[in-house]
Design a protein around this ligand. Structure first.
Ligand SMILES: [Ca+2]
Ligand SMILES: [Ca+2]
Length: 481
């Protein structure tokens, strides 16, 4: 038994002695899972190091690559064992023929009796990818004439084995705005696709996205730089560089339209219900979400945030408001455990006439946690967009949470005769009181100070007081009784 063990041991030593002396190329800029591709307009870098090479004092090699017409060498960085004055790099790439060739030499400059390195990092090489790089082409980097100078057991030059590395090029692709799964038609599957990739596009997130320029939503191929996951690129219908609730509006504006660009079999299972039909939740308080605009459109989207009231209320549902009561498009997505927002998009499908977006767009079903009657419930409508039947997307208004409106106090609520607005903010210049149907019932210019609004003659019920300024709009619910 002991003899067998000894034999195995000896064999292992023998095999490890046979292990190839290698030169290794590694992507330096990308996280695992994103290192197999490079993206047009973006820089990338690679680290060159040696493996299984002891007592090294120098390295030389040529790095060859194709696609040199769109991939350019962009300098080097001495990050490894060798001093920068011992590194020589010559770029002889030919952009016309497309043949890339970079000659690299790195020496310790101390001879074989001086300092030596085991498995040293040699150098970092930096590249950029031109905007003209063809999408879905491949670039292969390979080593030619790779050698290392080793000092032990005696000064000699050894050949290095280098594995070629292939990178797929992400270039520009054609996005038909609304055809989120790029199958040639705009339909409910595109809604599912948006649900699948919701929130992707964050520069620091799972899948990095890129804004389209221009951000057109016209029904025509729009050139877009491929995202880290190419199929998510099509999901960004409005070209904002992020997949969110607003992309649904473009699906609706281009509903049922077709194109004959190359179709891809990108079938995905549906993680969300593509069509939702929410009714107000029975036994809850109904809070209308009201906007007061002069825009016409077929749909609206955005995020309803009730953080300011989260201690006292819980939102358990959302349904269509009177403006969109008959709209077939409705989609909502709660923010998830512990969050206090819901993303909502709703509207009519192409071809539909525009409606005036003024009044109750949706209704929240709210449960009180501490016995409240809803009169002190506050929400903000954020990132809100509207879409015109022509496909054009516009900002509705910019609103902020009342809680962030430090310096504004509206009381009493419920109110009977007079409503007091205490304002310390310079950026608020007007208050507008609108009823549940979005009708303006009262408007007043204000400045810093206390202002009394006479509400005695108004019908009793729920209203929204909009605090307006050039760059601000905040909604404060008000109840008259
Ligand atoms: Ca589609
Ligand atoms: Ca988007």
């Amino acid at each position: 038994m002991k003899r067998i063990a000894t034999l195995v041991c000896m064999m292992m030593v023998a095999f490890s002695g046979l292990k190839a002396q290698e030169i290794v190329l590694e992507r330096f800029d990308a996280v695992p899972g994103k290192s197999h591709f490079i993206t047009a307009t973006q820089p990338f870098s690679m680290l060159i190091s040696l493996d299984n090479v002891s007592s090294c004092t120098g390295v030389s090699f040529e790095l060859r690559f194709n696609n040199a017409g769109s991939i350019y060498f962009d300098g080097w960085t001495a990050v490894g064992a060798f001093p920068s004055d011992g590194i020589v790099i010559i770029d002889e790439s030919n952009r016309v023929s497309g043949q890339g060739k970079i000659t690299v030499g790195a020496l310790s400059l101390q001879g074989t009796n001086g300092i030596t390195f085991d498995d040293p990092v040699v150098v970092q090489l930096n590249f950029v990818v031109n905007t003209t790089a063809q999408h879905n082409t491949n670039t292969v980097f390979s080593f030619v004439n790779s050698e290392a100078v080793v000092a032990q057991p005696e000064g000699t030059i050894v050949n290095l084995f280098g594995q070629p590395q292939l990178f797929n090029v992400h270039g520009y692709v054609d996005v038909w705005p609304g055809d989120a799964n790029n199958d040639g038609i705009v339909n409910n599957k595109d809604i599912s696709q948006i649900g699948l990739f919701f929130d992707d596009g964050d520069p620091n997130g799972r899948i990095r996205g890129f804004k389209r320029s221009p951000m057109s939503t016209n029904w025509a191929p729009q050139s877009a730089l491929a995202w880290d996951s190419v199929r998510v690129t099509y999901t960004d219908c409005d070209g904002s560089g992020r997949v969110d609730i607003n992309d649904l509006l473009v699906v609706w504006a281009n509903m049922s339209k077709t194109h004959t660009s190359i179709k891809r079999s990108d079938e995905v299972s549906s993680p969300v219900s593509p069509t939702q039909d929410a009714e107000p939740v029975v036994g809850t308080i109904q809070i209308p979400v009201v906007v007061n605009t002069e825009y016409n459109g077929i749909g609206v989207s955005g995020r309803i945030d009730w953080s300011a009231s989260a201690e006292n209320y819980k939102v358990v549902g959302v349904s269509k408001g009177s403006i969109f009561a008959g709209a077939p498009g409705f989609f909502s997505k709660p923010g998830g455990e512990g969050s206090n927002y819901i993303d909502v998009a709703l509207g009519y499908f192409y071809p539909s006439p525009d409606v005036l977006i003024n009044g109750e767009i949706m209704v929240l079903s709210v449960e009180p946690l501490n016995g409240g009657d809803g009169s002190d419930f506050a929400y903000a409508f954020k990132n809100q967009k509207g879409i015109h039947s022509s496909g054009g997307i516009f900002d509705l208004v910019t609103s902020v949470l009342p809680e962030k409106l430090a310096g504004v106090h509206v009381y009493p609520t419920p109110a009977e005769h007079m409503l007091t607005v205490e304002n310390e903010r310079l950026d608020i210049s007007q208050v507008v009181l609108v009823d549940a149907l979005g009708r303006e019932v009262l408007r007043a210019d204000i400045s810093v100070g206390n202002f009394e609004l006479n509400v005695e003659t108004l019908t009793r019920g729920g209203y929204t007081l909009l605090m307006k300024g050039k760059k601000i709009e905040a909604a404060v619910p008000v109840v008259l009784k």
